[in-house]
Design a protein around this ligand. Structure first.
Ligand SMILES: CC(C)(COP(=O)(O)OP(=O)(O)OC[C@H]1O[C@@H](n2cnc3c(N)ncnc32)[C@H](O)[C@@H]1OP(=O)(O)O)[C@@H](O)C(=O)NCCC(=O)NCCS
Length: 193
């Protein structure tokens, strides 16, 4: 069946956000072998990975089993290039986040993370009536620092010595933005659709 995606909310000229599916492990596995990227994403070095076990992971396929929402990121050629995990939707206070994101090492630097964050921010503020997005990144994570600056996040503080890695402590940068700040920044950026 040929589907007309031209009016579909979750697709633009750069990416599609979709539900995870079974063979998504094939993209995610590359991330599992990028230990520094894994530390930046998951704040630790994992124990050795077993590929066969990893292939059979299914928990990310079942939203009921997760305490977060997992989005698979596909590029315009339909290639799965990464994931974004949305945590902590607080309906009472109108806050959400963090949204953790990882792009397959060979697909980085092509703008996918910026576009995925823009799409998710627009959805959370415009459709879920959220007021503030809270996020953070490890201080040395220059790619993430640039990503957050581009979206328009404002640094609210630095939590010292939050993680232990490579025999030393690493700081966490805390940042956030309201819907007003998000859409002010959006006005300066090209339309995604
Ligand atoms: C952080 C991450 C998600 C960025 O994904 P990406 O798709 O490569 O990011 P984008 O292509 O949208 O780039 C965002 C900006 O960061 C810049 N950037 C990318 N890597 C960079 C680096 N190592 N140092 C400085 N800037 C960098 C890009 O050039 C781009 O800026 P530009 O538009 O001016 O060129 C990706 O590097 C990643 O998966 N890292 C490992 C996991 C991780 O750190 N997740 C974030 C945890 S908070």
């Amino acid at each position: 069946m040929v589907i007309d995606y031209s009016k579909y909310y979750w697709r633009n000229s750069v990416i599609t956000l979709r539900r995870p599916k079974e063979d998504d492990w094939e993209c995610l596995v590359h991330h599992m072998f990028d230990s520094q990227g894994r530390f930046f994403f998951n704040e630790k070095i994992d124990l050795p990975t077993d590929l066969e076990l990893y292939k059979r992971r299914t928990e990310f396929l079942d939203p009921e089993k997760l305490n977060y929402t997992c989005f698979a990121i596909e590029n315009s050629e339909g290639k799965h290039v990464g994931i974004a995990n949305l945590f902590n939707i607080d309906e009472r206070n109108g806050t959400f986040g963090p949204i953790g994101i990882v792009i397959n090492p060979t697909d980085r630097g092509k703008g996918y993370a910026v576009v995925a964050y823009r799409m998710l921010g627009k959805y959370m503020f415009n459709e879920r009536r959220m007021h503030k997005w809270n996020n953070g990144y490890i201080e040395e994570n220059k790619a993430s620092e640039t990503l957050h600056k581009k979206i328009g996040f404002i640094i609210e503080g630095v939590q010292k010595d939050m993680y232990y890695h490579e025999g030393r402590y690493w700081n966490q940068v805390i940042c956030g933005m309201t819907e007003t700040q998000f859409f002010e920044n959006e006005k300066r950026r090209p339309n995604l659709y």
